[in-house]
Design a protein around this ligand. Sequence first.
Ligand code: SF4
Length: 446
Amino acid sequence: MNDFKEVSESYTLPEAIREAQRCLHCKVPQCKKGCPISNDIPDWIAELAKGNFGNAMSIINARSNLPAVCGRVCGHERQCEGNCVLNKKGAHINIGKLERFVADFDSSAGLTHETIPEKSRGRVAVIGSGPAGLTIAGDLSRLGFAVEIFEMEPEPGGVLMYGIPEYRLPKEVVRREIKKIENLGVVFHLNSTVGEDLTVDNLFAEGFDAIFMGTGTGVPRRLNIPGNNHPGVRQAIRFLRRVSLYESGLIDRKEVVIGTGDKVAVIGCGNTAIDAARSALRMGASEVYVVYHRTIDEMSALRAEYDDAVAEGVKFLWNSSITNIVGGEGYKLKEVTIDIDGTPTVMPMDNVIMAVGSVPAARIVSTTKGIDVDDKGYVLTREVPYGMTTRQGVFAGGDVTKRPATVVHAMQDAKRVAEGIAQYVDAVKLMESINLTATPAKPENA
Ligand code: SF4
């Protein structure tokens, strides 16, 4: 297992149309109810069933800025597909795979061309270009705002580019989606770290009317296990980032640190843990264990991801915790003690990867006055205008405002924040124009 090629295969055109024709076009579509961004699923599937690919794409575009991404990495089994009425007959519509087909087909055939509205409603700076930042940028751009994104990495995409492995979400797909957002007139500033190279106050001074923080959660949580300071203990999000950089040819193989033939234990059982486990196998690990302190029914990973991991050879230890880590030479461990169902078991292990969640970095809030956070560092926001922080004109959304969620939940939140920003900027500009009109004219000889 050393291949990062995309795992799941796409539909051919006849297969996609056949699948779309199975849809009942329900009057009260449960699939749409299950979609966090209320995608008009039956409508675009109906267009697809008739072979109207451009229409299908336009309907999807009205709700989603990242359909090729969502079609691949959304939790369809718990959302649209899990709600499809055809589950009762044992075969839901494969909505995710159809969405991916429409988005890929549209990109390769160049079917839809959106008209870019005049950017006359105001200027918005977006910090971070993960799913939340890209969604805000796409939505506000379509509403007539001039949007500029400030991204600390050399390439935009955030977690989509550096956190989700190539075999689940190819980088080319992310680049294509970003190009579409760029085509809406969004400007990208790369290698640009707000909180270091420039501040929120600098952005206001440059004339932005509102600022959106979509900076996600970049600081991994660490479990307090004896021996966890050894360099053989790594953080999943950093490991995945290195794998991603290696796959893009930007760093050497040795910098990925998991060696060929290594034994690896991953702590946690969310999607990041499964991504780390499957990536470790692809980097040549001989044995990979996912160690989780609860049961299979309590894991937050998608069932489909778990099934694929099992098929690839990842082993799962339920009701288990690592209680001790013994370091070896250099970057390798010697062994770990795993408490499995109450029985301590010593196992030889070269690496431990922690995937137990992450919290926001303090880079922006520590360099900006007036942005309040909770005791874990999540940014506090208001309901009206939706998403505004305790600092006027600064908005936040996605993972930086709450516990890490999925790509589509970050998008769902960002869509509401985009509406909040639009309302806020419109109101400020209206007040400014009223104040200007209300200012008494100076006497001519004053
Ligand atoms: Fe089609 Fe299933 Fe949605 Fe009904 S619930 S409209 S069958 S996808």
